[in-house]
Design a protein around this ligand. Structure first.
Ligand SMILES: CC(C)(COP(=O)(O)OP(=O)(O)OC[C@H]1O[C@@H](n2cnc3c(N)ncnc32)[C@H](O)[C@@H]1OP(=O)(O)O)[C@@H](O)C(=O)NCCC(=O)NCCS
Length: 222
């Protein structure tokens, strides 16, 4: 296996780690964890037994990924964000066999210091803002803000707030990819990219950020 771990990281064996993954100092990977290729685990991160982490996942400093959690490819976990695995923890009651599941789907971002209450799914490319507390399932591309977390709009795959027109069409100012809001049979809204399948990788030329967030920011329609 050709991963790189700082000598001060602790990688308990057996566990699976893909090529090109890097662990900074004080990362702790527990026995039984499965981690994909080209991930980065910052200082003081922890991955528990039984957790699966996909490829190209970025885990910033001070993040613990507890048993019951599944992280798909291309997820970004911001510094000091908190994932949980028991809704009603009590020190006197053992619930190790009752860990609840949390699924963080491809391309999702969890902002700094946000908390994800367990038993929910975060959709593909959703964006959880810094400090939010997420308590229910999140749709693909949804922008979630606040405590409790509420949907405040849609975020493109490149991380820009989208401003849909009256027909639900919008365009990412960075990639120029077009997005469209649709409605399911229960009249719930969902967003899809019209130019790139959600499961497809980004083309190389769109994988390098060149313009800062503020420069591309579209004024928010209130
Ligand atoms: C969600 C986010 C992208 C919004 O940025 P933005 O579009 O520049 O937001 P604005 O500054 O235009 O603020 C729009 C409104 O949302 C509010 N707001 C902005 N960020 C917020 C947050 N994290 N939580 C709650 N409200 C927030 C603002 O106060 C403002 O409210 P108002 O209209 O009542 O004045 C940004 O706040 C964020 O959380 N980014 C994640 C950063 C992060 O965690 N990085 C980790 C790696 S370093």
């Amino acid at each position: 296996m050709s991963y790189h771990a700082d000598p001060r990281a602790v990688i308990d064996q057996p566990c699976e780690v893909g090529d090109g993954t890097r662990f900074w100092h004080f990362a702790h990977i527990c026995q039984g964890a499965r981690i994909g290729r080209n991930c980065v685990f910052g200082q003081n991160t922890m991955v528990a037994d039984g957790v699966t982490v996909g490829n190209n996942v970025k885990v910033q400093n001070n993040v613990s990924i507890y048993s019951g959690t599944t992280i798909e490819d291309d997820v970004f976990l911001g510094p000091s964000c908190v994932l949980t695995n028991v809704t009603n923890p009590r020190s006197q009651v053992k619930r190790q066999s009752l860990y609840e599941r949390t699924l963080i789907r491809r391309g999702a971002t969890v902002g700094a210091n946000a908390t994800v209450v367990c038993g929910i799914s975060l959709g593909r490319y959703c964006f959880i803002s810094a400090g939010a507390v997420v308590v229910r399932d999140v749709p693909d591309y949804a922008l979630i803000m606040g405590v409790p977390g509420r949907q405040r709009g849609w975020m493109s795959r490149h991380g820009h707030v989208l401003e849909p027109d009256a027909d639900g069409r919008c365009k990412c100012p960075e990639s120029n990819y077009r997005y469209q809001i649709f409605h399911d049979q229960d009249e719930l809204s969902y967003l899809r990219c019209l130019d790139l399948d959600e499961e497809a990788p980004l083309p190389q030329e769109l994988s390098e950020g060149r313009i800062g967030y503020e420069e591309l920011k579209v004024p928010r329609v209130q």
